[in-house]
Write a protein that binds this ligand. Structure first.
Ligand SMILES: Cc1cc2nc3c(=O)[nH]c(=O)nc-3n(C[C@H](O)[C@H](O)[C@H](O)COP(=O)(O)O)c2cc1C
Length: 178
């Protein structure tokens, strides 16, 4: 494991990937990061679908009109979902698991991108969540939060710059207008 600060600075959304596939071992490591993520009341209501089938990835890439470009070249994707009856904090829980997976991926030199599904539309009548659920035969009581696109990077993004951090967003002891 490298320095966590460096890892946080270096992680950027990757939307273009090479053809190199992720081994099962790498996918398992990424899933382990999700499975140890904290959850409200330790409910662990999340569910994940690991997709590495090319046709299925291509079908996922059409889940919404805009913002799914990363899925077009991704060699794997994790559909991040939850049983909403098991936790009122399922959005937070799934989001934390997704972020953990993105950090683990980066640590392995694998690029990732969050593709938002909740509150997004496939077409005028179908939500992106309904489309994904139908495609993957997921049950009704499961809601999809996002898909994490994964693959080896085929674009270089600049790491975050410590000089450009938005410290004006940070208030100390009480709110101060800045
Ligand atoms: C809740 C959430 C939803 C996002 N939805 C999408 C999306 O649908 N498509 C996409 O390409 N990127 C999506 N992103 C990635 C953001 O665009 C990206 O994190 C942001 O621009 C900052 O860039 P960085 O990840 O390189 O630091 C999403 C990120 C978050 C946290």
């Amino acid at each position: 494991m490298e320095n966590l600060k460096e890892l946080l600075m270096r992680r950027r959304s990757t939307r273009k990937y090479t053809d190199q596939v992720l081994t099962q071992d790498r996918l398992n490591m990424i899933m382990e990061a999700a499975l140890v993520a904290p959850t409200s009341k330790n409910s662990r209501a999340w569910q994940f679908v690991v997709v590495d089938n090319k046709e299925m990835l291509a079908a996922l890439a059409t889940c919404k009109k805009f913002g799914a470009v990363a899925l077009e070249t991704a060699t794997a994707a994790i559909v991040v979902a939850a049983n909403t009856e098991q936790s009122e904090a399922w959005i937070e829980d799934t989001s934390i698991a997704a972020a953990f997976m993105q950090l683990q991926a980066e640590d392995l030199g694998i690029g990732s991108c969050w593709v938002q599904i909740r509150e997004r539309m496939y077409d005028d009548n179908t939500t992106a969540g309904q489309y994904v659920k139908q495609l993957l035969s997921m049950p009704e009581n499961i809601e999809v939060e996002c898909i994490i696109a994964l693959g080896y990077k085929n674009e270089q993004r600049k790491p975050y710059d410590a000089e450009k951090m938005m410290w004006e967003k940070v208030h100390k002891n009480k709110w101060e207008e800045k």
